[in-house]
Design a protein. Structure first.
Length: 71
């Protein structure tokens, strides 16, 4: 099972340093457009509000993705 940081990196995202250790919460970073939401101990959602890009991850695998508006 891959970890949160590896999955995000493969999709072009670099997470904040404390993303894995925080309880369920919403994080904004970069220009306040990218986000990550931990929905449980084994699942999370991350993406970009500006482009509509979204990735849903459960148990270390991407289970759903939408690339949104292509830049």
């Amino acid at each position: 099972m891959r970890n949160m940081r590896e999955i995000a990196w493969e999709c072009g995202y670099k997470l904040p340093t404390n993303a894995e250790t925080q309880p369920m919460a919403l994080y904004n970073w970069f220009e306040k457009t990218k986000y990550i939401v931990r929905t449980s101990d084994t699942s999370f959602v991350f993406g970009d509000k500006r482009t509509g890009e979204i990735y849903k991850v459960a148990n270390g695998e991407i289970v759903e993705q939408d690339l949104g508006i292509m830049r």
